[in-house]
Design a protein around this ligand. Structure first.
Ligand code: HAM
Length: 463
């Protein structure tokens, strides 16, 4: 047997349904925020990531999947989405579009050659957004609000928003020098990786996982003390907007982010769910005002974030959040013998075309086994076809829960099903109609303020 590669995932069954649900919520949320979907290639020139994410970052030095293609080009599988989107922004001259900023979102697989562990895969999926062409602090707050609202709608409670600022280039350089001066006399007491980071990327020492409890790290200089006036003012403004949006956050000077392109606002959203383990950052991002010009585009202010969908699903599972996934069938069409099979086929097709979730028997099972199959598929109604009824243009239909059975005219079937199935009001598949305002309080109570009279499904179910 050939096994899947280390750090990869087969997605199927109930977990796959949860992913599909999360994806629907993401699509719906992005429509509301007015972000457009963007898809860039899964592989790009290796140089893009080296120049974009920084030659010294762990991702670029240790984790990219690199290969040389048949045309001798150096290629990497994308380890993240930002560099590719910036390339696309420049290559497609999106900076010339008068409707700046360009607001885009993506949702796709990324590849990092990491040591596989819980929450850290080699192939993983990121949902992220990038806003290119605005330096407005309101945009920083809006971008932070997206994963916050997503997690709120999904019903995750144990979430912490941590923000920090690295300031502009001048502030970041001052801070970098202060860190080198501070760490130099202590460097032998820190791990091997930190020794390497000292001159190449001293900010990375601050989020070292090995030395995270070491007092040397705890007492290190703080970014906030090296900000120039304009950077300080900018950070204050971001915080004011976050307050306006009623987003709770904590300023954490240890948030410096692992990639070189960041400046000004940086943020992370952590799951504070018991049992999560150390890879508990659900979303991370920040401003990267210098990246477009460093990749040969015009000077452009940008900000974005990405979150790992696998980690979000893991957090939802650990909190036992019940997502409104569809794990039942509305109608199972059964037939006594091959005589009715063709009729069954056309009826199933007709009902599906009329919007019902329908299935039937394919493997020639007898009637008793068909009942069992209908139960396995959680079918709410059963249609039992037999030749005699059909000759009279009638159909037998059974409520699989109450076991009530009725013989109805074929002409009346759609009306009957519409009545019965809308009564049960269990169809949460249409997120557009089933809009959740996202304004849930501490206890995740449903405000009841939803469009079309629908209520927020999982909050309602919890009650
Ligand atoms: P990142 O912090 O490297 O940032 O990744 C963002 C999120 O992706 C992480 O918080 C985590 O949830 C998820 N993630 C990262 N690596 C893995 C992995 N090996 N397995 C599972 N999940 C993972 C970026 O990628 C930046 N491009 C974010 C950004 C966008 N900054 C500005 N714009």
């Amino acid at each position: 047997m050939i096994s899947k590669q280390k750090g990869c995932l087969d997605l199927y069954g109930t977990t796959a349904k949860k992913w599909q649900y999360v994806n629907k919520v993401i699509d719906s949320l992005m429509e509301k925020y007015n972000y457009n979907f963007i898809r860039t290639p899964i592989f790009e020139a290796s140089e893009l990531f080296h120049r974009g994410m920084g030659e010294t970052t762990d991702v670029v030095t240790k984790e990219t999947y690199d290969f040389v293609d048949r045309g001798d080009r150096k290629i990497s599988l994308r380890p993240e989405g930002t560099a590719g989107i910036v390339r696309s922004y420049i290559e497609n001259k999106m900076y010339g579009d008068p409707s700046q900023p360009i607001k885009v979102f993506y949702n796709g697989t990324m590849y990092r050659y990491e040591r596989p562990q819980s929450g850290r895969d080699r192939e993983f999926t990121q949902f992220g957004v990038e806003v290119l062409g605005s330096d407005d602090p309101l945009v920083d707050a809006e971008v932070i609000s997206i994963p916050v609202m997503l997690l709120q709608i999904l019903g995750l409670k144990g979430v912490k928003v941590k923000i920090n600022t690295l300031g502009d280039k001048e502030s970041r350089d001052n801070y970098r020098n202060a860190l080198i001066d501070y760490f130099k006399p202590h460097i032998k007491e820190l791990c091997e990786d930190c020794n390497e980071r000292l001159l190449k990327n001293p900010l990375r020492i601050l989020d070292c996982k090995v030395d995270k409890d070491n007092n040397i790290l705890k007492n290190a200089p703080k970014t906030i003390d090296y900000l120039n006036e304009s950077s300080k003012k900018r950070f204050e403004s971001v915080k004011e907007y976050l307050d306006e949006l009623e987003i709770e956050y904590e300023v954490d000077s240890k948030i410096v982010r692992g990639l070189d392109y960041y400046n000004h606002t940086v943020f992370e959203i952590e799951a504070s769910v018991e049992g999560f383990g150390s890879n508990n950052v659900l979303a991370g991002g920040g401003r990267y005002n210098g990246l477009v010009d460093s990749l040969d585009g015009p000077e452009t202010a940008c900000i974005g974030f990405a979150c790992g969908l696998g980690r979000i699903i893991q957090a939802l599972d650990l909190e036992n959040v019940k997502l409104p996934i569809i794990d039942d069938l509305e109608i199972f069409v059964m037939y006594v013998s091959d005589t009715e099979k063709k009729y069954a086929a056309s009826l199933v097709h007709y009902l599906r075309a009329n919007g019902f979730r329908v299935d039937t028997e394919y493997n020639g099972r007898g009637l008793k086994a068909q009942f069992k199959q209908a139960d396995r598929l959680n079918s709410r109604y059963l249609i039992l076809l037999n030749d005699e009824d059909l000759k009279n243009d009638e159909i037998k239909i059974k409520n699989n829960k109450t076991k009530e059975e009725e013989l109805i005219s074929v002409d009346y079937l759609l009306y009957y099903l519409d009545e019965k199935l809308s009564d049960e009001d269990l169809d949460f598949s249409d997120i557009e109609e089933h809009h959740c305002c996202g304004h849930h309080g501490e206890e995740h109570e449903c405000c009841g303020n939803h469009e079309n009279g629908y209520h927020c499904c999982h909050h309602e179910e919890e009650e």
